[in-house]
Design a protein around this ligand. Structure first.
Ligand SMILES: Nc1ncnc2c1ncn2[C@@H]1O[C@H](COP(=O)(O)OP(=O)(O)O)[C@@H](O)[C@H]1O
Ligand SMILES: [Mg+2]
Length: 139
């Protein structure tokens, strides 16, 4: 196993996924890429100004979180990359996995805004369904 991609949305569940992914990367001496996707805002009825402000704040939050992660992992023996994309989260995670030809995709079972009513979150469910590569969903 050489390349591990972990999807991070700032949720507790994705923190658990990151921990597990890190543990695996260290054990396999694999590279670890941490990906966060800034979601598109489909709230079309919002005025442009509000949409821009929400997007700005999401971007800042994501950049800060990824910077913290990058710093916290900088002392590790493995190669770590943080990536930020924009768009539909599941699509961007799958697209990145394909481009990188990863050996494993790691996600949390749930995310930030979902409900625990479902067994899996919508993003992790889509990744499990459509990924060409093995997926580890961390609970
Ligand atoms: N915007 C995102 N960027 C990166 N990873 C994400 C994103 N959204 C979700 N994920 C990944 O998918 C996992 C499950 O989240 P999700 O399916 O969105 O659950 P929920 O429906 O509870 O929000 C997260 O723990 C994270 O690993
Ligand atoms: Mg979510």
């Amino acid at each position: 196993m050489q390349k591990i991609l972990v999807a991070h949305d700032g949720s507790k569940s994705s923190e658990k996924a990151l921990k597990k992914a890190l543990e695996l990367a260290v054990n396999f001496n694999a590279s670890l890429s941490v990906l966060s996707v800034i979601p598109e805002l489909y709230l079309t009825e919002l005025p442009d100004m509000d949409r821009e402000r929400i997007f700005e704040s999401l971007s800042t939050e994501t950049t800060n979180t990824m910077e913290k992660i990058r710093k916290s992992l900088s002392g590790k023996s493995i190669e770590v990359k943080t990536l930020i994309r924009q768009g539909d989260p599941a699509e961007k995670i799958l697209e990145t996995a394909n481009k990188m030809k990863v050996d494993l995709v790691v996600t949390g079972s749930h995310g930030k805004h979902g409900t625990k009513k479902f067994l899996l979150g919508s993003v992790s469910a889509k990744i499990v369904d459509y990924s060409k590569y093995p997926v580890l969903v961390v609970k």
